[in-house]
Design a protein around this ligand. Structure first.
Ligand code: 5GP
Ligand code: MN
Length: 318
């Protein structure tokens, strides 16, 4: 991986479609590192930058689609080629580097640096930059801390281990602005999203440790929020007492249903999402179903019940 990074002359750096702060920050930081080695770099975020990531310094340098040819295509925080929102021919002939921490990563790169035990892809990029002998400056440190905060909800998720805490410390020591990061990650909810939450939470359901809510098409329209921008509602659902698993069902205008899953340790929601063609992490995963809202809810809740039942059996047996 290090040799491939050093050899790059014209690099495309990208992340998954509908990117999050970890993906965008990691791509920006890696792009910075490659430029230090004299490479020409395009950092591409297909579909643009979501408003949650707009606070990151330097996001205006991202482009929505690649142009020209590349010797190296680097995917960060992207579990599969399908999730990478690029046109199939966009990276033809380029060496593919896959840098990711998703449990369900498809190892699609010519070189893969995939560590599911890591809380954020930003931590992998930090290690690569250090191994390349580059000292991160305050802006790069701020990006990487933002990625780590984004994926750990401010160092609060079960994935927040000693390494994550140490990396956060190292990034603050390198000049990361923790206040800007915290405000950026936790201060970006729109009023429309707040109204959406109000409406959706009024219909929240709960059964035996599973908590779920639904955003149908009418809810998006009435709140005036772009489809898919739920503001992290699934995480909020998991934060309720007695909840072991949370699910958020989102109806989109193409008739498909996007499902966000969250769990406390013990239940592997990546495995549940994978059963429906999706993936993610053990404690945070998602999938998209081609069925009605009602069918999707029925199928996913049944699968979650089984997973929860198995985990509880495992606990009592063990
Ligand atoms: P979210 O619920 O926030 O959209 O996604 C949670 C996690 O699951 C993220 O790490 C995301 O990349 C992953 N994820 C969500 N949907 C899919 C999917 O359809 N396929 C795969 N492979 N991963 C997904
Ligand atoms: Mn990530």
């Amino acid at each position: 991986m290090l040799t491939a990074l050093r050899r790059t002359r014209r690099a495309l750096v990208t992340t998954h479609k509908h990117p999050d702060v970890d993906g965008i920050s990691s791509a920006l930081a890696l792009g910075w590192g490659l430029k230090r080695f004299g490479a020409e770099v395009q950092v591409v975020s297909p579909g643009g930058v979501p408003h949650e990531a707009a606070f990151l310094p330097g996001v205006e340098s991202l482009v929505p689609s690649p142009s020209g040819r590349f010797d190296t295509a680097i995917f960060v925080d992207c579990p599969s080629m399908e999730r990478a929102g690029l046109e199939p021919g966009a990276v033809a002939g380029a060496i593919r580097l896959n840098i990711d921490h998703h449990e369900t990563n498809a190892l699609y790169g010519d070189v893969n640096y995939v560590r599911p035990s890591m809380a954020a892809s930003a931590q992998l990029v930090l290690r690569l930059l250090m191994a390349l002998g580059l000292a991160v400056n305050p802006q790069v440190a701020t990006w990487l801390l933002a990625g780590l905060y984004g994926d750990t909800q401010g160092l609060r998720t079960a994935s927040t281990d000693l390494r994550a805490l140490r990396d956060a410390t190292a990034l603050v020591e390198a000049g990361a602005d923790a206040a800007v990061v915290a405000r950026g990650i936790f201060g970006s909810l729109l009023h429309g999203q707040l109204r959406l939450w109000g409406r959706v939470l009024a219909g929240v359901e709960e059964c035996n440790g599973i908590t779920w809510a639904t955003i149908d098409r009418a809810a998006w329209a009435e709140a005036g929020v772009p489809e898919g921008e739920d503001g992290g509602l699934a995480n909020f659902l998991l934060g309720t007492q007695g909840t072991a698993v949370a699910a958020l069902f989102q109806e989109s205008s193409d008739g498909r249903v996007r499902v966000s899953l969250r769990s406390n340790p013990g239940v592997d929601v990546a495995a549940v999402a994978a059963r429906f063609g999706g993936g993610g992490h053990r404690q945070a995963a998602g999938c998209t179903l081609e069925m009605s809202l009602e069918e999707a809810r029925g199928a996913v809740i049944a699968s979650l019940k089984r997973a929860l039942h198995e985990s509880r059996r495992g606990v009592t047996a063990g």
